[in-house]
Design a protein around this ligand. Sequence first.
Ligand SMILES: [Zn+2]
Ligand SMILES: [Zn+2]
Length: 286
Amino acid sequence: MVAKLPPSANDRLNRQLDLGMEKRRLHPLFGRIVDLFFPEPAHCPLCEFPFHREPKGWSRAHLCARCQEGITEIMGGVCRICGRPDAGPICNECRTSEHLFFSARAYGRYLGTVEEAIKAYKYQGSVALLPILGEWITEAYLRYYGAERNAVVVPVPMHPVKKGNRGYNQAEELAKYLCKVLKLPYADILQRTVAGASQTTHNRIDRKYAGQNPFEMLATPVKTRRILRHHSSHHLSRTTSTINQVAGQTVLLVDDVLTTGSTADACAEVLYRGGAEAVHVLTVAR
Ligand SMILES: [Zn+2]
Ligand SMILES: [Zn+2]
């Protein structure tokens, strides 16, 4: 007898793509409400392999055994600065070129299940993967920062046009998840002013942003800024003096993946200019 195997990577990619397109037509919140009233039978949120022996209804999000096996966690001797695996105490890259952030740490290697899950969440609208990615980044926080709860969590921003197309910024969602679970302060205070190619294009020119920093700090919280656009200038003078949430603080910059670290460096530069004491970086993968 042949055991039923999970669908091939190609099958599930196609299906997730269809599903993603379908979901993207709806508002993400609406999709979640639909899921609430019409729950699908339990299945692995990554490969969709059904969990036969599990009761229907709500249970903590988890992957199937096969997907779990494809995770490579980062443990042990990482570079003290950039967190590069198996490269302690300081890797060759960090010896030759300096990073602006104090340290970067990640949950796992950007390959196998971790890479697939990040891509499915980012590009195929597989929002059911957020709790999985969220748990991973929370685990990485506890692994490297333990009981510390001092840092202000800042997500790496996405260009507003790109965010509009995708419906969400994965870094923001991860940062919010982390803050909710660990009760950390959240500050969405950076904005991306220059639309760059996505990191997956491996475009070095984009990564080095040709000397121009694509990020800047929001002078006021996002909500206030939205109101400002619709009001006359006298309101502007009244509301621009809002507090800077990172001045004198340790900042934990959150993103999905760290590759060269140049995005994190660009954000760190802006945060230091805004008065941040130290910038650390936490990602799901690297
Ligand atoms: Zn699976
Ligand atoms: Zn390093």
